[in-house]
Write a protein that binds this ligand. Structure first.
Ligand code: SAM
Ligand code: SF4
Length: 499
């Protein structure tokens, strides 16, 4: 693990390339039109129930909503109408993603950072944090636990912004992760999809991420509200440059990375504004490159070590407001994946899942190096970014989902078969992606049950598998022969067969 200081000034100065911002902008304004968002919010108080039901019908036909429509949903106060919105949110998820949940784990590789975001435990001024960058051997040990003991197939790797975790380190670490193979009870464990949460990169660096084979490139704007953004991200830092961050998905697309993960950190500015900010971002991506966000994340601000900014409780978005934000996002961008992380407590996650969540993490550790060293959760505060709310194991989460009739999918076939970007968007919108996903969900769930499940979880999972196989035989009889061939081979110990 690296621990010596590195000079960062000249590195920082070279980072931002104005030509890679300007050419996407229309004139000198970026696409977050605060006037339009504020006007939509002000013009849609007390919406007519007939209008709200029309909006719900539009969402159910998997069409992206306008700012006015989303603003109207934000302002509904009749409990019966709210219940209709929430039921529609769940229905949209079933139409697009069926009864599947995808799981992943975060893997923090380096917590050095040149930025100074006031809410983040990793900010450069925070002397209470123990700074670490994992070596390749240490990464192998982390991954061995994740794919050899817990059974994850997807990771989101997380880096601070710093020369020690620059693009060379990113590429090498991702390559190292893909190379790990660990024998399991019946087969072999490995990571099949590495998503990346990192600082915005230039096109040249993004091309290198594309070449090494990443899944989603995830960057959260944190807040879409310009003045709030400026207040929380000092102007003398790279992150202080709002448009450099805002246009990173445009650059990703040019570099060949077309699965975009956008997000806002809820609790920095008004939640209604952020919800419409996220929708504006989806509109812009649809307009500019023809592909909306693959996922939307909505982390809520959590306490972090030695970070007094967060102790100001006025900042936390109340549960009821958060619930509404999730519902509106689900209805407003019906095709997108919705990620609810273990920042939230188990109870909150249970309560929000039916609103159309598609991806969750479990067995998560966010201290750098914390999977392999097996340290107690409360012993990680000085090397993690914030404090986790849901610390249940993947096995427990999967059991609970299975008992509710939900299948956990470890499918990573999409990007390996070229089903990314526009192709996946079209398949999702038309409900056709389900054809592949249902089959791959069963195949990967079979692998996981055989390799990692406790007896209790296996008992909860088997009826789910059987129900899914019956559904496939009814809905996709033409695929049954090939599917059952793969299924039997996987049950016999072969791994990574997908359609
Ligand atoms: N350094 C990169 C960046 O800022 O984009 C990537 C990683 S950062 C570690 C990942 C995300 O964690 C941030 O984008 C932010 O939304 C979130 N985050 C930061 N501080 C947080 C806190 N106190 N509570 C919850 N989420 C937080
Ligand atoms: Fe650094 Fe990201 Fe934390 Fe900001 S949010 S201090 S950029 S790690």
């Amino acid at each position: 693990m690296l621990s010596q200081p590195v000079r960062t000034e000249s590195w920082q100065q070279r980072k931002i390339r104005s030509d890679e911002i300007q050419r996407f902008m229309q004139g000198d304004r970026d696409f977050i039109d605060e006037g339009a968002i504020t006007k939509a919010l002000a013009a849609n108080y007390h919406p007519d129930p007939v209008y709200i039901r029309e909006i719900i019908a539009k969402s159910l036909s998997i069409e992206t909503l306008t700012l006015d429509e989303a603003a109207a949903l934000v302002h509904v106060d009749d409990p019966d109408l709210v219940a209709e919105m929430e039921a529609a949110a769940g229905e949209i998820k079933r139409r697009v993603y069926d009864n599947r949940i995808v799981t992943f784990a975060p893997l923090y590789l380096s917590n050095y950072c040149v930025n100074n975001c006031r809410y983040c435990g990793f900010r450069r001024e925070n002397k209470a944090i123990r700074r670490l960058t994992l070596s390749m051997d240490e990464i192998r040990r982390e991954v061995a636990v994740l794919c050899g003991q817990i059974g994850h197939k997807r990771l989101i790797v997380v880096y601070g912004e710093h020369p020690v975790s620059d693009i060379d380190y990113m590429v090498e670490s991702i390559r190292t992760i893909y190379d790990v193979q660990v024998p399991t009870k019946k087969g072999v464990g490995c990571i099949r999809r590495v998503n990346v949460n990192a600082a915005p990169l230039c096109i040249e660096d993004l091309k290198r991420l594309h070449e090494v084979g990443i899944g989603t490139f995830q960057v959260f704007q944190e807040t879409y509200h310009h003045a709030t953004y400026a207040r929380l991200h000092p102007a003398d830092t790279i992150k202080g440059h709002y448009p450099w961050r805002l246009y990173c998905m445009h650059r990703a697309f040019e570099a060949g990375v077309d699965d975009f993960g956008i997000g806002a950190l809820f609790g920095l500015a008004d939640w209604r504004f952020e919800t419409l900010g996220l929708l504006s971002h989806a509109h812009e991506l649809e307009r500019a490159v023809g592909i909306g966000p693959h996922t939307i994340s909505f982390p809520r601000l959590e306490p972090a070590e030695n970070t007094p900014f967060i102790q100001d409780t006025r900042l936390r978005v109340a549960d009821a407001d958060f619930r509404r934000a999730v519902t509106v996002l689900r209805l407003a961008v019906p095709y997108t994946g919705m990620i609810l992380t273990a920042r939230e407590s188990a109870d909150t996650r249970r309560a929000l899942m039916p609103l159309g969540i598609t991806q969750i993490d479990a067995s998560s550790r966010i201290g750098v190096g914390a999977y392999a060293d097996g340290s107690a959760l409360d012993d990680q505060d000085n090397r993690q970014q914030f404090v986790l709310g849901d610390t249940r194991s993947l096995d427990t989460v999967i059991r609970e989902l299975a008992e509710a009739g939900t299948i956990t999918s470890f499918c990573t076939a999409g990007y390996r078969c070229g089903r990314t970007g526009k192709r996946i968007m079209d398949l999702l919108r038309s409900g056709k992606e389900g054809r592949f996903c249902k089959l791959n969900a069963v195949l990967t769930f079979r692998e996981w049950l055989d390799d990692f499940a406790t007896e209790e979880t296996a008992a909860a999972g088997e009826p789910v598998i059987q129900r899914e196989i019956e559904a496939i035989s009814r809905q996709q009889p033409q695929s049954m022969d090939l599917f059952m061939d793969y299924y039997r081979r996987i049950a016999a110990g072969e791994r990574d067969l997908y359609l």
